[in-house]
Design a protein around this ligand. Structure first.
Ligand code: PMP
Length: 394
């Protein structure tokens, strides 16, 4: 059988493939990006399931509107008013099947074959995968410690007029854990506002901050072609597959709505009504606080263990929130080789390669700390440290 070029050119997710191997019970896995299941509010969701069925009956089981359940969209409007002082309307919001679907819809709406997308380097591999289906040209801009390299961004936009959108994860970035500084956000805004491009801010982790102050978005609420993406995956549960797109650009929203109709008619209404019931009948802030405390403890355990067991030539980020630490090995060390050696010692992580659109055999890798106990984190990092000493010149 002959397959389409777009599917043949789309990489199968390295993470989803290795998760099959790393899921074995005796493997300590820092590979996935899974929220800790002890953070799922199962009892309260159970109550909401019963309550929502009692209240709404058949509505939970019927087809529904493409843009999503109005009370949930109203809840999201209130959330951004409260957290960021942003003024959205329910019409500015469309509920998606996870924010992953938002990435796919937006690239379908904006990209003709060969047109440009600016990606952070390294960037979220699920976005690389979703966008690749639209057969774009990728342009990468290096992610510095405090955000996008603004000079490179400006050069890239100036020299490539086929660029349609810029994709960013400004808070607790996947895979690096980096957060764009206030100054960097302002500088990115000052560049982007001069170009006819869409700025996507994908923010599934923004609420999970344990250090520093919350920062304003780059473009949301002030840039005409701004798209903000959110998700309930990291603060309630990923299995319900609920994310959303926020944009005040009505024409863009109209086309996204058409793409959504064509894709799956609407997001699971059962999930939408249940989560809405959960959100209005529980204190989400105190629930999120518990998740933050849990992840902060896990992140600190990992950072302390790395300081203790890793050679000093190994560099790594220190996140202010979120789920990931990004590790840079000594120049010339292959993270993929390290990965295979680590698997022999029953420890897993994601080598950096799939986070780049055009680099291979890199010396970087991603560690996730949210889904292992402090004891497992300590033990896993100890084993990794031992291998690293055997690989490096120290
Ligand atoms: N964007 C980023 C940056 C992510 O890390 C993830 C989850 N790994 C997603 C989007 C997708 O999240 P979901 O579809 O569960 O909302």
């Amino acid at each position: 059988m002959k397959y389409s070029n777009k599917i043949l050119n789309t990489p199968s997710s390295f993470i989803r493939n290795i998760l099959k191997v790393t899921d074995a019970p005796d493997v300590i896995s820092f590979a996935g990006g899974l929220p800790n299941p002890i953070s799922f509010p199962i009892d309260d969701l159970q109550k909401s399931i019963n309550h929502a069925i009692e209240e709404n009956g058949a509505k939970l089981f019927q087809y529904s509107t493409t843009e999503g359940y109005l009370p949930l969209r109203q809840y999201i409007v209130e959330k951004y008013k409260k957290s960021h002082g942003l003024d959205f309307d329910p019409e500015d919001i469309l509920i998606t099947t996870g924010s992953q679907q938002a990435l796919q819809l937006i690239s379908q709406v904006l990209i003709n074959k060969g047109e440009g997308i600016v990606m952070e380097e390294p960037g979220y591999l699920g976005a690389i995968q979703a966008f690749t289906l639209a057969e774009p040209s990728f342009y990468t801009v290096v992610l510095d410690e405090d955000g996008l390299n603004v000079e490179q961004l400006e050069d890239t936009l100036k020299n490539n007029r086929n660029i349609k959108f810029i994709y960013t994860v400004p808070n607790f970035h996947n895979p690096t854990g980096i957060t764009y500084s206030r100054e960097n956000r302002e500088a990115v805004y000052e560049v982007v506002k001069n170009y006819d491009v869409v700025l996507i801010e994908d923010d599934p982790y923004g609420d999970l901050r344990w250090h520093g102050e919350q920062l304003p978005y780059i473009g949301a609420g002030r840039l005409e072609n701004s798209v903000l993406l959110g998700s309930f995956s990291k603060v309630v549960t990923p299995g319900m597959r609920l994310g959303y797109i926020v944009t005040k650009n009505k024409e863009l929203m109209h086309h996204i709505n058409t793409a959504k109709q064509a894709t799956d008619l609407h997001t699971n209404i059962f999930s939408q009504i249940i989560i809405h019931d959960y959100l209005v009948n529980n204190d989400l802030d105190s629930h999120v606080k518990k998740i933050i405390n849990l992840y902060q403890t896990q992140a600190n355990t990992m950072l302390n263990a790395m300081a203790k067991y890793f050679p000093s030539t190994v560099k790594y980020t220190k996140p202010d929130g979120g789920m990931f630490i990004w590790v840079t090995l000594e120049e010339g060390t292959s993270a993929l080789d390290f990965f295979y050696k680590a698997m022999e010692e029953k420890v897993a992580f994601v080598p950096g390669d799939p986070f780049y659109t055009s680099k291979t055999n890199v010396n970087t890798l991603r560690l996730n700390y949210t889904n292992s106990s402090p004891e497992m984190i300590e033990e896993g990092i100890k084993r990794l440290g031992k291998i690293l000493y055997s690989l490096t010149s120290e």
